[in-house]
Design a protein around this ligand. Structure first.
Ligand SMILES: Nc1ncnc2c1ncn2[C@@H]1O[C@H](COP(=O)(O)OP(=O)(O)OP(=O)(O)O)[C@@H](O)[C@H]1O
Ligand SMILES: CC(C)(CO)[C@@H](O)C(=O)NCCC(=O)O
Ligand SMILES: [K+]
Length: 258
């Protein structure tokens, strides 16, 4: 049995093939494709893969992207399944006003983060930061209830917004430092500390609400760039979306796995 997990983000599609649809499954192969190049997968990376027996994905883009992914999957005899955020799943309760309007990537990553937390120790409140094209900062209480979260522009979007919205800011990437003395460093540090500051606010809100120190975990392609600038230690998790997809798949495909 093999399981294909797919994370279709705002900019790129990430896929991973596992030897089973359960937490801790062995990663057999993985890859990344920009959204505009999805149509290369069947003749590219996926042509060499053993056929997956199950697939589960999460997607933030619209139905058109799902169709394009499904087309590439015609290579195999496997149905495409996509996560829709539920009021409750895999031990996480969705506190959004309209649970289905929550981004599927956020929902799946929270499920991955919650199980990672429980695997490492007792239940605690949790701040989850996902750093990609956009940045999200989620708060879960000790019972696994998603209290709410922040959506921020990612680092790249912030810099592009400044470039296009000001008269003369066009400079290369700089370094993060506490007292920037050139434009490049000022821009890079500004974006980084905007994210770090928002995360600290959420940490404080959750600490005050729960009266207990939250655990802090960070995921997403640019997480390692953000980690050194955070106001408190954050554990880096490689890909909580794949972890969450494995948790959900284990429950969903349990019957067919016997
Ligand atoms: N120094 C930095 N600090 C923080 N974030 C950064 C930095 N450099 C780049 N980034 C952000 O990281 C993003 C790339 O991260 P990642 O690879 O997870 O995103 P992606 O795959 O493009 O996003 P998505 O999952 O939404 O498709 C860029 O879009 C940018 O916003
Ligand atoms: C916030 C993003 C863009 C982060 O990838 C995505 O999760 C999304 O499009 N969410 C839908 C809106 C929401 O989560 O409230
Ligand atoms: K994403």
């Amino acid at each position: 049995m093999t399981f294909l997990a797919i994370d279709v983000g705002n900019t790129r599609l990430k896929w991973a093939l596992f030897d089973a649809a359960r937490p801790g499954a062995v990663l057999l192969a993985h890859g990344v494709e920009f959204l505009e190049h999805i149509d290369r997968l069947a003749e590219g990376d996926w042509a060499r893969l053993p056929a997956p027996t199950h697939m589960l994905g999460c997607v933030v883009a619209g139905d058109a992207v799902k169709r394009r992914v499904a087309e590439q999957m015609e290579l195999w005899d496997v149905a495409a399944h996509w996560v829709v955020p539920q009021p409750e799943e895999a031990g996480v309760v969705n506190g959004y006003d309209h649970p289905m309007r929550l981004g599927a990537d956020r929902w799946v990553a929270m499920i991955g983060a919650r199980h990672r937390l429980l695997a490492h120790g007792p239940a605690r409140p949790l701040v989850l930061v996902m750093v990609g094209t956009a940045v999200t900062v989620e708060a879960l209480d000790a019972s696994g209830r998603f209290m709410g979260g922040l959506i921020l522009p990612g680092h790249g979007i912030m810099l592009r917004a400044l470039e296009s919205g000001t008269a003369g800011l066009h400079v290369p990437t700089g370094e993060v430092c506490p007292f920037p003395t050139n434009t490049s460093d000022a821009l890079t540090s500004g974006g980084t500390y905007a994210i770090a500051g928002a995360v600290e606010c959420m940490y404080q809100h959750l600490l005050r609400h729960c009266g207990e120190e939250p655990a802090c975990v960070m995921t997403g392609g640019a997480g390692w760039k953000m980690a050194p600038s955070m106001t408190r230690p954050f554990e880096l998790a490689d890909n909580l979306i794949f972890d969450g997809l494995l948790e959900i798949a284990a429950r969903r495909f349990a019957v067919s796995l016997g």
